[in-house]
Design a protein around this ligand. Sequence first.
Ligand code: PMP
Length: 406
Amino acid sequence: MARINSRDTDLRERAQKVIPNGMYGHQSVARLPEGYPQFFSRGEGAYLWDVDGNRYLDFMCGYGPNLFGYANAQVDAAYFDRARRGDALTGPGEEMVQLAEAMVGLVSHADWAMFCKNGTDATTMALMTARSHTRKSTIVLAKGAYHGAAPWCTPVLNGVTPADRAGQIFCEYNDVESLEAAVREAGDDLAAIFASPIKHDVLVDQQSPTLAYAKRARELCDERGALLIVDDVRAGLRLARDSSWSLVGVEPDLSTWGKAIANGHPLSALLGSDKCRQAAGEIFVTGSYWFASAAMAASLATLTLVRETDYLERTIALGERLRKGLDEAAARHGFGLRQTGPAQLPLIMFEDDPDAAIGYRWNAALMARGVYFHPWHNMFMSAAMTLGDIDFALEAADEAFKAAKA
Ligand code: PMP
C-alpha cells in the first residue's frame, strides 16, 4: 500500500540542515522501521494525520499525554478560555491552588503538590527533595528504568560526567534480594529508593511490581529514614485514579506526574506527603513557564474527566480486546507474541525474534495500513478509542502478520 510521503521527505531533508541529525530524543523515528512518518499536521481523538495527509490510528498517544483523545473538546475549551486571558503572567492564577487541591484530593499519599513542565523536572525535584529531607545523597534505582533526560538520569552518557551520576546504586526490578543488597551498599547514606510503578523499560517484557518488592522498598526506606519515590510520569492516571502503587497497597512519600495529567498540555507535578513538606519547601526550583495557568486549567478539566467518567475501565476493556484479538491472529499465522504489561499500556514483541526483525516487518506493515504501533516501547490506549477502532487495528494486524511472514 503506497502512501504519499513527499512533504515528510522534504521536511526531513530541510531538518537535516538546521537540526542536529534532523531530529533528537524519543520522537526521532531514526530507530523505527522504515515508513514511520516524522512530521504530523494534526490529531483528533484517537487519530493522527501526518503532514502528507495520511491518517493513523495512534497507539502511542504522543508517548503518553493523549488519555482522553487529541484536541479533546472539554480539556481544550478550558485551556483556550484561560489562555485568552493571558497564560504565563508575573504570577500564578487561582488554578494553581485549585489544581493542587484536586491532585491532593485524588492521590491518597499526597498532602501537597508542586507544578512544573516536564516529567524530568518532577523527577529531579523528587531527587532534590529526598536529598534535602535526609541530608544524604545516595539513591537506589532499578537498572534500565527511565526517569528522564537530565544529566543525572539520561540513558545516553555523552555530555554526562561521572560526578553527574555519583551516588547512584542499581538493583533489579522486582528482585527483593538485589534491592536489599543495593540498600546495604548505600550504608548510612541512603536518600531515596526511586521506583517505577511497573517495569516499563524499553526492549524488554514489562512486569507489574510484586507485593513483596513494593513492600520491602517501603520498609527499607522507613528503616533508614529515606524517602520512597514512585515515578508515575508515564503510568499515572492510566493504572488507577490514585498513585499507581495504590494497586499494591504501598504508599510512596513522593510521586512524580506528567504526560496525561493535562491531556497533552505542558504540565508535570511532584506530589508529596507531610513528612517531606518542609524539605520540598527548602529546595529552590522554578521555571519561566511553570506557573502558567492555561495548562493548569486543562489539567483541572482532565481531572474532572478522570473522576467522572469510566475512562479507566474502558481503556482496560479496549486493551484486553486488542490483546486477545492479537493473540488469536498471531496463532492463526503461526507466530507467538509476548504481550506484557497492563492491557492499557501494551508492549508487543515476538517470540523467537532476537534481533526484532519480525517485529520491525510487522510494525512497518501495520503502519502502511494506517495503524501506529511501536516495536519496542510500551504503547498507550486512549479513552477516545472505540471497539470499532480495535477491530480496525485487528484487521490491519491480520494482514500485517501475512506481510511479516513474507
Ligand atoms: N519518567 C518516566 C517514567 C517517563 O516515562 C518519562 C518520559 N518518558 C519521564 C520520567 C520524563 O518525562 P519528560 O519526557 O516529560 O521529561
